[in-house]
Every structure is written in C-alpha cells, then in structure tokens.
Design a binder for this molecule. Sequence first.
Ligand SMILES: C[S@@+](CC[C@H](N)C(=O)[O-])C[C@H]1O[C@@H](n2cnc3c(N)ncnc32)[C@H](O)[C@@H]1O
Length: 395
Amino acid sequence: MTDTHTEKVSDAVAKLYDTYPFPPEPILDEPPPGYNWRWNWLAAYNFCTGMKPQRQNIRILDAGCGSGVGTEYLVHLNPEAQVVGIDLSAGTLEVARERCRRSGANRVEFHQLSLFDVEQLPGEFDLINCVGVLHHTNNPIRGIQALAKKLAPGGIFHIFVYGELGRWEIQLMQKAISLLQGDKKGDYRDGVQVGRQIFNSLPEHNRILKREKERWSFENQRDENFADMYVHPQEIDYNIDTLFELIDASGLEFVGFSNPGFWNLDRLLSKAPELLERAQNLSERQLYRLIELLDPETSHYEFFLSRPPIDKADWTNDHSLLTAIPEVSTCMDGFPSQTIFNYDYKIVNLSDAEFTFMQACNGKSTVGEILLTMEFSLDGVRSLQQQQLIMLAPA
Ligand SMILES: C[S@@+](CC[C@H](N)C(=O)[O-])C[C@H]1O[C@@H](n2cnc3c(N)ncnc32)[C@H](O)[C@@H]1O
C-alpha cells in the first residue's frame, strides 16, 4: 500500500465529510444532555481496572473527532482534562469548533491532522477515543499502531469499528449504488440521491429495504447519516477473527468489549446447559466468535485496549476492600432515589441496604468505617462495585 494510495483515500474521505459533516447532531448553547460512560474517564477507567483512577488532570485525544459530538462530551464529562481533537476534514472540524465554542467546552484544541501523522502532536495521552474512524482508513493496522504509540503507559484506548455480519445488507446497497453511479462515483450528493431512489422503488418485502426500515431509517432521514452509511468511499468491516488481528497488531492489551451484555453466551444457549459446558473449553476469542455466529447482528465492535503496566484491582481480598474509599459513580441518573438509571441507562432498583450504603459514600470514609454504622455485607459492596454503581479508590 503506497502513501499515494493513502493520500487518495484520505482526500476522498475528507471530501465526503466536508460535504456531510458527521455526526449531524444539532449544536446547543449548553452542555450536551446526559452522559456516555465510555467518554467519562472515571467510569471508563473503573470499567477497565475495577478502581478509581489516581488522576483526573489527564490528556485525552479524540482521533477522527468528526463534528465534535464525542469531543464535546469528553470535555464536559471530564472537568480536569485537556482534550485534543484531530480530523482529516476541514469542514467537519469547523462544526466541531463551533459546537464546543457554543456549549462552553473550552479545554479543547482541534487540528486538521490524519491519525497516520499523529506523532506530530506533542506528548502522550491517558485516554484515546477513536470511534468510527479506523474502518474508514485504507490501513487500519498502521492507524492503530500510530495511535497506540501515543497512549501513555497505564492509559486506555476506546475503539469502535464496523462489524461485517450486521452490515451485510448495507454492503450490498453500497455496491448497488456504486454500480448505478458509474463515473459519478465520488459525487456524494448524487450517491445519496441514487440511494434514496432505490429505497423508494424496492418492493415492500425486499430484504435490503426491510433491514433499512427495521434498523437504520430513523437516523438515515438525515442525508449526513445516509451518506456515511451508503456512499462512503472507504470501509473495512470486521469479524471477530480479523478484529483480533487488528488488536494484536496494536501491541496493546485487550481489556474487554464496552457492551459486555452482548458477549454473553448464556443469553443464547441457556436452554442447553450441556452446550454451555462444552463452550467452557473454548478460548476467549473462540467464544466471541461462537456468539457472533449464533447472533449475527454485530454491526460494530466497541472495546477498550490498554497500555501495560496498568494496575487492576482485586476486591476479593477483604482487607483491601475494607480500607478502600467508595464513591457513587458519576455516570448515573436519579440518585439519591432508590430507583435510578445506571451507567448504561438501565433502571436499577436499589435494596434498602444498598441505598443506605450508597448514601453514606462521601468520598472520605472507608468501606470499613461505613460498615461500622450499618448492616451491609462486603459482598454487597462488591456487587455494587461490579454493577458500576460505586467506584472504589484503593488505600
Ligand atoms: C464516522 S465519522 C466519526 C466521527 C466521530 N468520531 C463520532 O463518532 O462522532 C469519521 C470521521 O473520521 C475522520 N477520518 C477518517 N479517516 C481519518 C484519518 N485517517 N485521520 C483522521 N481522521 C479521519 C473523518 O473525516 C470523519 O470525520
């Protein structure tokens, strides 16, 4: 793969996003609503290591930041962080700058820079976010390696790339549009128009149309989304095998998928305990492959990598747990009420004892000190920690 080829792809990608800055979320005069825990350093670090990080004055890189929707959250959700956003597309960066300016997200700087040239930025980053970008480059391995070099030891790296199984109909539609565009390929407005005409014409029970209606049509009302999905000049879709080739090439450690609920075989084979037992002989990767084969809905993979050395907590030790300082998670909604939304916006009903314990978490008292004042077990504390309702800072 030559550099000229990389440049050609980058130019085509930049042209797409100059035409259709993405994501097209409206710009607000206030911080964006709610939270995404993957962009909250405390919650993401806690997910990756089981404990609260020691520092919050960190550096964050949003690689391929697009119109700055994620970048804006990264600034607002991490009040001590300095954030850098890079992107190929000047048009998209203009929207990102305006978005952050309007909502007062001022601890951020933007650069028009390819992730292949990220070494030009000074220093290292504690958190790198790269959502929806690597699969739009012609050499994701080179891209992930360039970014991995900028990850500080003990840092974490959140990645989102497309999955081929759940995007099968999209791929077919992309190819169909491309055929009909002929030498107008690269004219993205024409591509959107051709795509819309196809969908308007396909018979009701057509598989590609059905999938579009079920899964994507709500967001695809906006041309920016439609173009990003169907007329992209560069896309590489992964399966578990190729995904782990990419991860292995990064030289970093795989921490886990950031949507772990999906990667649970029990939800598919709970009626066949004998098969669940057999599956215990599979490696972690084989298990993931089995899950995606049985539930081929994966249209993307989202996961965390880390750069060793990174400490991971072990709360099975009673002494460590008793001397840790608990805090209520920053990613939840409704607390202090006994019915809350957790980090993933799922409703959780806290028991009386859980609720009382969480109310006593003041960021100063240790678990041991709090337990002296109430009836609650160490296993109860462990369960709150595993549910990411509290964070624990080791002594
Ligand atoms: C689908 S958008 C994702 C935007 C943002 N990360 C988000 O998820 O909201 C992909 C973005 O990656 C940028 N991009 C693609 N290849 C790039 C590269 N080699 N270097 C930097 N940015 C790139 C595009 O310009 C585009 O803005």
